[in-house]
Ligand binder design. Sequence first.
Ligand SMILES: Cc1ncc(C[n+]2csc(CCOP(=O)(O)OP(=O)(O)O)c2C)c(N)n1
Ligand SMILES: [Mg+2]
Length: 354
Amino acid sequence: MQPLAVAEPGSAPAVYRRHDPALLRDALRKMILVRRFEESAEQAYMRGLIHGTMHLSIGQEASAIAATLPLTDADYITSTHRGHGHCIGKGADPKRMFAEFYGKETGYCRGRGGSMHIADVQRGNLGANGIVGGGLPIAVGAALSIRKQHRDAVVMCFFGDGANNEGAFHESLNFASIWKLPVIFVCENNRYGMSMSVERSTAVPHIAQRAGAYDMPGVTVDGNRFADVLDASEQAIARARGGLGPSLVECETYRLRGHSKSDRNRYRTREEIDAWSARDPIVRFEQELMRYGLLDAAQADAIRADVEAQIEAGLAFAQSSAAPSRAELTRYVYTQTGSQCSIPAGACDERERA
Ligand SMILES: Cc1ncc(C[n+]2csc(CCOP(=O)(O)OP(=O)(O)O)c2C)c(N)n1
Ligand SMILES: [Mg+2]
């Protein structure tokens, strides 16, 4: 890395000055963890150790980690098919994520879900979702239940640019707005829904403009700049916690890998990918922290060593865990009847229990 000019002490952007440097370094660690988690999962897939497919968010780590940083354990997220960063941001353990990829009983969904269906309800992660736009109404429903139960929590709803032209997006924003529900809609605009560019699919130049139709604030930020995403996320969360209702935050970012494992990249150019690689959110954040004296080279090395140890331990845990037994493959997939039903007796009628 190039030697960096160190800025005047105290000249860091306000968003950095109001946070403990240790918290910012930990956010960098999480971004590197997301990157290394995905690179390692990709490698395991190439070696035939993981089956199915996966959608990598390499290049989008700032939006996932900065947006979720101000959330508490009492808050919720809904995620997407490209959700590994959201999971780690909400506190998921990479060991159990790897185990889920490997189809093992110790995975978050007992190995039945795989990459696209990781949920961690205890930590408020209501789940990744293979249905584009599927998380939006779930987030609004969760926020409505928070309101009805008079709880102090918010819901952060991640979705891609591809979801912004779906009915579910518009219905969800309208509903959240008329009820002033505590939702933060975070659009990760990575320029494409599969091979369809936003320019071809979307009538407005900025997806955040959609917020105007639903009388909520909408802001477009550099989604590859940690500080900008954190600032926008904090403002939207404060508004939701204050009972003022939802906001829409659009993070302009880019997926450096293909849509999924079977993408031949025919819809974009090498030059475009290279230009976005030069704006790598991890490199930019690390350089900024160094420039403002919030991180030194020894701390950066220690972070990387710590992440590598976590990745190794996670892979070993996944590989050595037991697979579900064949006889139980459909257990936890379909609703159980009778005594195995988790809904307490009397809480619903028997037809719901069946
Ligand atoms: C309702 C629905 N329509 C279509 C698909 C197929 N599909 C899977 S991912 C995807 C693109 C989604 O693009 P975007 O929302 O921008 O997210 P990104 O993949 O860019 O992260 C599509 C069309 C789907 N899974 N669900
Ligand atoms: Mg997209």
